[in-house]
Every structure is written in structure tokens, then in C-alpha cells.
Design a protein around this ligand. Structure first.
Ligand code: DX5
Ligand code: ZN
Length: 216
């Protein structure tokens, strides 16, 4: 399983040092949670911060947009150094909008992911699956780190995996929220390719050891 530590849980006064620590920890990528105070009731950071971190590491930048109008901001995040951009299905009900946003990301040869909140059925992702590099199943309500894993969301990964296999796709399945040393045992029973983990990684005494355990 790949691991994508979330910068949301880092010490924001030392973002440069924190990202270098993650680079040396064995993590596969780094997750950037972008929140606008509209789509979710919290505000995090934006593209200029991502840009300032870009030259400190070769890690894959896995950018998770929790914002109201992702299509409008995709280019600025791509220019800031994002390698993967995941946006929320719930950000717009219109499928043309979703497809246009997917195309915009793919036209820059970057990877695209689509995320669903806990109350959204996995079936809502199916029409887009063949266009996606990543399907993100939120295992907490988006907006804040340090929440408890919603275990009932894990079943969605099995249902998505069946569909991915039956269509012979290479879409990866990611989960985000509540991944820690206590919950990783149950998580590993599901067909998950990438786990996001914020609090558990950044608050641990030994980041490399924690990354190793979560990935193994
Ligand atoms: C929640 C974010 C998550 C979150 C994960 O809106 O998308 O990435 O920071 O944090 P932990 O691992 O603390 O649940
Ligand atoms: Zn996230």
C-alpha cells in the first residue's frame, strides 16, 4: 500500500523542514489539503505555499481540492507543481462540469482524481471511473484532520475495485481520514492502493518508523 502523509497535520511554521522529513521517510507522495471555507467549513493554504515547497522535494504532490469551484482553480494548482489533482464530485452536480475539469487536468499530462464524501454513494463515481487515475473515498467528513475513521465507508472500496477490475481499468483507490496505527489493521483488509494519513504521521515520534508500519 502507498502512503500519502497529509501536510494539514504538519507544523505550519516549519513547512519546509516538515516536507523534507517526509521526503526522507519512505512515503510515496505528499497530500496537500486545500480548503476554501465554502465547500468545507475550514481554510487551509493555497497554491503559493505549494509552489514554495515544490523545489524542496521530488515527492509526488497529491493535491486534494476541497473547494467550491475546482475548474476555475485547476490551472493555478497545476502551475504550482501539483502532480495529482483530486476534486470533489459534490462540488458541482453537472456532469459536463466534472468532465471539463477532468479534461483540463489531463490536458496538462497530470493525474486526476475524483473524491466522494461519506454521504455520497459509490455509484456516483461510476460514470467517470474510466477517465480517472484515482478514486478517493473519504473516510471522514472533509474539513478537519484528527477525526475518527468511518469504518462503514471502507465497503465502498470493495465495490469500486470490482468495477475497476470488470472494466479492466488501472484507477487507483485512495482513502483519506482517520488512518492511524489502530485503524490500519482493518484498512488493510480492503483493496486500497493509497492511504492518506495526517495526524498519525506528523505527530509521531519517529516518522520513518510510522510510515513503514502504515505501508507494510
Ligand atoms: C480531511 C482531509 C484529510 C485529513 C486527514 O478533510 O482531507 O486529508 O487531513 O487527516 P487525519 O489523518 O488526521 O485524519
Ligand atoms: Zn485530504
Amino acid at each position: 500500500m502507498k502512503l500519502s502523509p497529509s501536510m494539514l497535520a504538519c507544523d505550519f511554521s516549519k513547512m519546509g523542514e516538515e516536507i523534507v522529513k517526509i521526503s526522507n521517510s519512505g512515503a510515496d507522495m505528499i497530500h496537500m489539503d486545500i480548503m476554501d471555507g465554502h465547500f468545507v467549513p475550514n481554510i487551509s493554504f493555497g497554491p503559493s505555499i505549494i509552489k514554495s515547497l515544490r523545489n524542496l522535494t521530488n515527492l509526488i504532490f497529491d493535491v486534494h481540492l476541497m473547494i467550491a469551484d475546482p475548474e476555475q482553480y485547476v490551472n493555478v494548482f497545476l502551475d504550482s507543481g501539483a502532480d495529482i489533482i483530486t476534486f470533489h464530485l459534490e462540488s458541482n452536480q453537472n456532469s459536463d462540469y466534472i468532465l471539463k475539469t477532468i479534461d483540463k487536468i489531463k490536458s496538462k499530462n497530470k493525474k486526476v482524481g475524483l473524491a466522494i464524501k461519506p454521504q455520497t454513494k459509490y455509484e456516483a463515481l461510476l460514470p467517470y471511473l474510466k477517465f480517472l487515475d484515482l478514486a478517493l473515498v473519504m473516510t471522514v467528513e472533509p474539513g478537519f484532520g484528527g477525526q475518527k475513521l468511518l469504518e462503514n465507508q471502507l465497503l465502498k472500496t470493495e465495490l469500486l475495485k470490482k468495477e475497476i477490475l470488470s472494466q479492466n481499468l488501472s484507477t487507483e483507490i485512495q482513502i483519506d481520514g482517520g488512518v492511524n496505527l489502530e485503524t490500519i489493521g482493518i484498512i488493510k483488509k480492503y483493496p486500497i492502493d493509497i492511504c492518506v494519513s495526517g495526524t498519525c504521521v506528523f505527530k509521531s515520534q519517529n516518522i520513518s518508523e510510522t510510515v513503514k508500519i502504515l505501508k507494510s
